[in-house]
Design a protein around this ligand. Structure first.
Ligand code: FAD
Length: 122
């Protein structure tokens, strides 16, 4: 069987950047790959909003599509231009998924983000 500690360790070791946020995209957890790709430590990003990764050049309509899916309880996958802590841009191949929908409400109470650096294939 698998323990919570082993499960947590496995997510932390994942090669894909993983983040868990609240319903307003405030970061609650990031794994090691998230830190390696973005250049931020976990302490620097926990409590901040996922929008801190935005390079501010992705069309607003893309984010609106992302949020339309999430608030309807659906996952969304796409490419965003992200900014690392040192200011360098990278192409993020991102999937966001609602977690644990509140009973009687659409969407999720928390969201799972998974991304990798797709700059090389861009
Ligand atoms: P925002 O203020 O976020 O507004 C953009 C649009 O989204 C608007 O139409 C607004 O109404 C809508 N919106 C924003 N928040 C909500 C909400 N809580 N409920 C409903 N609608 C909302 N963005 C990145 O750029 N890079 C990432 O790697 C990234 N990863 C994410 C991972 C997760 C798990 C989640 C949940 C979101 C992620 N986002 C990411 C999206 C991020 O939260 C921002 O929406 C985005 O960066 C745009 O920020 P903004 O400040 O320009 O605009």
């Amino acid at each position: 069987h698998i323990t919570d500690a082993l499960f947590h360790h496995a997510i932390d070791q994942s090669a894909i950047a993983v983040s868990i946020t609240d319903s307003a995209a405030n970061i609650l957890y990031v794994n090691q790959a998230f830190c390696a790709i973005t250049g931020y430590s976990a302490a620097e990003v926990v409590g901040r909003n996922q929008s801190l990764l935005s390079y501010r050049s992705t069309p607003r309509a893309v984010y609106q599509e992302l949020w339309r899916a999430l608030t309807a309880g659906r996952p969304w996958s796409g490419r965003l231009l992200n900014r690392r802590k040192d200011g360098r841009p990278y192409v993020a191949e991102l999937t966001v998924t609602p977690l644990a929908p509140q009973s009687g409400a659409e969407g999720g109470s928390h969201y799972l983000g998974m991304h990798w650096d797709a700059t090389e294939e861009h």
